[in-house]
Design a protein around this ligand. Structure first.
Ligand SMILES: Cc1cc2nc3c(=O)[nH]c(=O)nc-3n(C[C@H](O)[C@H](O)[C@H](O)COP(=O)(O)OP(=O)(O)OC[C@H]3O[C@@H](n4cnc5c(N)ncnc54)[C@H](O)[C@@H]3O)c2cc1C
Ligand code: FES
Length: 523
């Protein structure tokens, strides 16, 4: 493994560094340099891809993993790394959509993923600050009090060892009730990824970074001009980059915001907290808050708090800017944990929300040997792990009870109203953005470090002026399906409001489903 900057360390999916990427050296390997053949080709070096590589290597399969940045440079490096079977969506909703037995399997799969992580860390002695801690789910003020009771009953129905508590450990006494999820987990996600990746290499697997997959077919893929032939292909790129349409009508991209603040050790117990989400929100995935601690040193912990989500490329639809969302998050967090002053970290990341609450893991619809892992919602630590375990079984030809519930070809059960609302939002954005004017009239109006979409004749142009004053201009039309990109001043990227593709200020794609860069244009 190379440890020096043989690739651009800034290759992540945004301008901010998360605590995770800031606190360890980037996980950089050789770049692919010749044609290769393998049994399984895995595309994507986040938790889903690495876990799959680990499981298959352990099963004796020859794997090659390729990643276009460094390991963890996607959303895994932007997570808050809570490992939990308390899901983003409510168990009572899952029971409604899928019935009791399938919901029981969902609960069991997340619980097993948590235990699998625990066991793998113990077996491999992976130094990644892993801790078992309790989690507490409490009501958002917009939610009905009865819903907490309903969720408690639903978790009990599916056999989870939850408990209803009066008061919430670690929070001020004005929050009165919660559900306790005992013995959940947390870790330093990039240290964990390194542990798994080291094991993959030790078992004979190959890992290449700075190697972008293109032309993904049933025979393999190309990367940086070289061909990799494979019997099985796993696309673990967070949102699939092998499919133009099918999966992108079943899930929707959201941005989520995180702050990290130092607090003196002992002020707050190690635990995690979630509220049930803003029920008044216009978004189908109701934004909620999530909090936990990471040990920093002998004196301090880092309080990590996230939330204030919105659909990608649509921060302004609620007239709340990205910057204001961090402010709102700080106010909310301070209200619950008043023990911090300075904010050490701010970052945001992308979350794929499946319309029916469950991830998509299995054969890509219509393909026999191409597999995908996507639709994690905010439960990617467990979903990525379930992905590795399940795809290992599918590739080995073993039966797995989770195959049907996570099948990417499943019929979606969520109410058609929700589906129509998301699809309608896309259509509305498409039309509105095409007919509306630019963000600024003239590129001369852009100061150093600023970007905007500018109308130039019939063209929409993504323009950015760098710190040296040089203007960079690309087409603002998304190469996926033609959405008009929006400037994201927080992460300094151009984001597509339709299916969440994102591009650097120079037009390089950092989030799919687009797989090509933006076209360079002149103003
Ligand atoms: C702010 C935030 C907080 C979160 N908090 C939690 C939490 O507390 N608990 C939890 O369980 N989940 C959480 N999640 C969700 C979780 O972090 C993600 O679902 C998970 O990390 C996704 O992992 P992945 O491997 O699927 O994707 P990624 O980590 O994005 O990995 C995909 C990789 O594929 C690479 N790639 C893309 N295209 C190509 C290509 N063409 N060729 C080669 N490589 C390519 C990318 O560079 C990337 O590294 C959070 C997410 C966010 C954004
Ligand atoms: S991501 Fe689909 S049109 Fe941009």
């Amino acid at each position: 493994m190379k440890t020096l900057n043989t690739i651009d360390e800034k290759v992540t999916s945004g301008a901010h560094k998360s605590y995770w990427t800031d606190s360890v050296p980037p996980l950089i390997y050789d770049t692919i340099a010749n044609d290769r053949q393998t049994d399984v080709l895995i595309i994507g070096g986040g938790i889903a891809g690495i876990t799959t590589a680990y499981c298959l290597s352990k099963s004796g399969r020859k794997v090659i993993l390729i990643e276009d940045g460094y390991l963890g440079s996607g959303e895994t490096g932007r997570t808050t790394a809570q490992i939990t079977y308390a899901l983003d969506d409510r168990y009572y909703d899952l029971e409604k959509f899928f019935g009791h037995e399938k919901t029981r399997l969902v609960a069991q799969s997340h619980k097993q993923a948590l235990e699998w992580i625990n066991q793998t860390i113990a077996e491999g002695n992976i130094p990644c600050n892993f801790k078992r801690i309790d989690g507490y789910l409490f009501l958002d003020p917009t939610d009905k009090p009865a819903n907490l009771g309903k969720e408690f009953v639903a978790t009990q129905n599916v056999g989870l060892p939850t408990e209803q508590l009066t008061g919430i450990p670690g929070l001020p006494p004005n929050d009165t009730e919660c559900i306790r999820f005992p013995q959940q987990g947390q870790f330093h996600v990039l240290k964990y990824l390194k542990g798994l990746a080291d094991a993959v290499v030790a078992m004979g697997g190959e890992i290449y970074t700075n190697s972008r997959a293109e032309d993904i077919t049933k025979d393999g893929a190309t990367a940086n001009g070289f061909t990799i032939e494979a019997n099985h292909i796993v696309v673990a790129t967070n949102t699939p980059v092998n499919d133009i349409l099918t999966m992108h009508t079943k899930q929707f991209a959201y941005r989520s915001y995180v702050i990290g603040a130092k607090i003196p050790k002992g002020q707050v117990p190690y635990a995690m907290w979630w509220d049930t989400g803003n029920q008044d929100s216009k978004w189908v995935a109701k934004p909620y808050h999530y909090v936990r601690l990471e040990p920093l040193d002998d004196q301090y912990d880092l309080l990590i708090s996230g939330g204030e989500d919105h659909k990608t490329g649509q921060a302004d639809e609620e007239h709340v800017t990205e910057e204001q969302r961090y402010e709102n998050l700080i106010v909310w967090t301070k209200n619950k944990f008043p023990y911090f002053n300075d904010i050490e970290y701010k970052w945001s990341g992308q979350v794929m929300e499946p319309v029916d609450c469950l991830a998509f893991i299995g054969k890509n619809p219509g393909d026999d040997n191409i597999y995908i892992i996507t639709g994690d919602s905010g439960n990617g630590m467990t979903h990525g792990t379930i992905g590795g375990i399940l795809l290992n079984d599918l590739i080995l030809g073993n039966k797995n009870p989770w195959e049907e519930i996570y099948s990417p070809s499943r019929i979606t059960f969520r109410t058609s109203d929700d589906f129509i609302s998301e699809a309608g939002n896309m259509a509305y954005k498409m039309v509105k953005d095409w007919v509306s004017g630019g963000d600024v009239d003239n590129a001369e109006d852009l100061k150093a470090g600023e970007g905007a979409v500018i109308v130039s004749g019939l063209k929409k142009v993504a323009a950015y002026r760098d710190d040296e004053g040089v203007l960079h201009t690309c087409s603002a039309v998304c190469p996926h399906l033609g959405g008009v990109l929006q400037w994201n001043p927080d992460e300094k990227s151009f984001d597509c409001p339709l299916h969440g593709s994102r591009f650097t200020t120079d037009g390089v794609v950092v989030n799919g489903p687009a797989i090509t860069n933006l076209k360079k244009v002149e103003l």
